[in-house]
Design a protein around this ligand. Structure first.
Ligand SMILES: [Zn+2]
Length: 381
């Protein structure tokens, strides 16, 4: 297989047997709804399944089971992500980030943008950082306009809106008419975690399809197949919480190695002094990094924050009398035990702080600033 090609056949989708069966049936029998609402956590295969459905619907030689051939012109374009009729609508910050990750030569214009976002949107409840995660009315209008033209090459054009929970109310309302009656040869797929993240008027116009979190065993085997040692793969699989994208991040050796040290510092009983906080943030996000290094660094930070959050979750489990068997971070049991002695309100406050930092970083704020705010906040709980 050529490097960087995306899977286009349902047989290559990990798990999700029920969703796969339904999509195959729909594709083969062309009993296709106007719109789907794919519900499931990030990294469980929703967007991959959308691409596979697009492939199946447009393949020149699909098999009788409703699967694409993977080799025809349409399949190849979808695998290379160059098909003009697979339309992805996502928050602008997300799209910029993806481009940046792919772009080997980072440029200074991007950095300027980032500084702006960080300075202006980094702080405050309901601050600008939320906006970076939204799908705005202009984007929806542009999509609707585009759908009024016939697809360029496809029999059925597939448009994916992800995350649909990011649709603003205005944007949702602008979508209603198209969602109810899309122009011919169009299929809309909205991805969300849970159906209640979108307006009821949106959900009622879509056929909902659930994607389950991937079983830890499947994720472990997937990691082992990529060369991870079984015991470590098992721990990583637990940390991934059913998400393949989260599991994949742990494959970078640096990320796993820094996890222990990071947890030791963040969970230490002695609060970090302000000076150390700034140092730690700068260490985690060296401003000198460029392009691909920056993207890798971003993954490191995301993984570390997730792991920290899962430690707080473990502490809540312990505090509620749960068994150590149920802990995700069994290797950090001592620190987690210490945390569990805190008031539950203090632990949830910490979870809150981590989630805010995650959202800010996702919305393209300066990670160093977001980390500083986080560590100072944690020290003050
Ligand atoms: Zn094909």
């Amino acid at each position: 297989l050529e490097e960087g090609l995306k899977a286009v056949r349902f047989t290559e989708l990990l798990g999700q047997e029920r969703a796969k069966a339904q999509l195959r049936l729909a594709a083969a029998g062309s009993r296709l709804p106007h719109a789907y609402l794919f519900c499931g956590i990030e990294g469980c295969g929703r967007r991959t399944a959308a691409r596979m459905l697009a492939a199946s619907l447009n393949c020149e030689r699909p098999d009788t089971a409703g699967d694409a051939c993977g080799e025809c012109r349409s399949c190849r374009k979808l695998a290379r992500e160059t098909h003009p009729d697979l339309v992805i609508v996502e928050p602008e910050a997300e799209a910029r980030r993806r481009e940046k990750g792919q772009n080997k030569a980072d440029n200074k214009v991007d950095d300027k943008d980032e500084d702006k976002a960080g300075g202006k949107d980094g702080e405050g409840e309901g601050g600008g950082w939320r906006k970076g995660l939204q799908i705005k009315i202009g984007q929806v209008r542009e999509l609707c306009r585009r759908l009024n033209f016939a697809p360029a090459q496809a029999r059925v054009r597939v448009s994916v809106i992800c995350p649909a929970g990011g649709l603003t109310e205005e944007a949702s309302n602008a979508l209603l008419k198209t969602l109810e009656e899309p122009p011919p040869r169009n299929l809309l797929i909205l991805c969300c975690r849970e159906a209640n993240e979108v307006l009821p008027t949106i959900a009622s116009r879509c056929q909902a399809l659930s994607f389950a979190p991937l079983p830890a065993g499947l994720v472990r085997d997937w990691l082992v197949a990529r060369g991870e040692a079984p015991e470590r793969a098992e721990r990583m699989a637990y940390l991934a919480g059913g998400s393949l994208s989260r599991a994949e991040r742990w494959l970078a050796p640096e990320i796993w190695e820094r996890r222990g040290e990071f947890l030791a510092r963040c969970l230490s009983p002695a609060p970090l002094a302000a000076g150390r906080v700034l140092e730690l943030a700068a260490e985690l996000w060296p401003q000198t990094r460029q392009g691909e290094e920056k993207a890798a660094n971003m993954k490191l930070i995301e993984a570390l924050l997730e792991t920290l959050k899962s430690c707080y979750r473990d502490a809540l489990v312990l505090a509620a009398g749960g068994e150590t068997q149920r802990l995700i971070n069994r290797d950090a049991q001592e620190a987690v035990g210490r945390l569990a002695a805190e008031r539950p309100a203090a632990i949830t406050r910490r979870v809150d702080l981590v989630e805010r930092a995650e959202a800010a970083i996702k919305a393209n704020c300066d990670p160093q600033l977001a980390l500083e705010v986080l560590f100072l906040g944690l020290a003050a709980v």
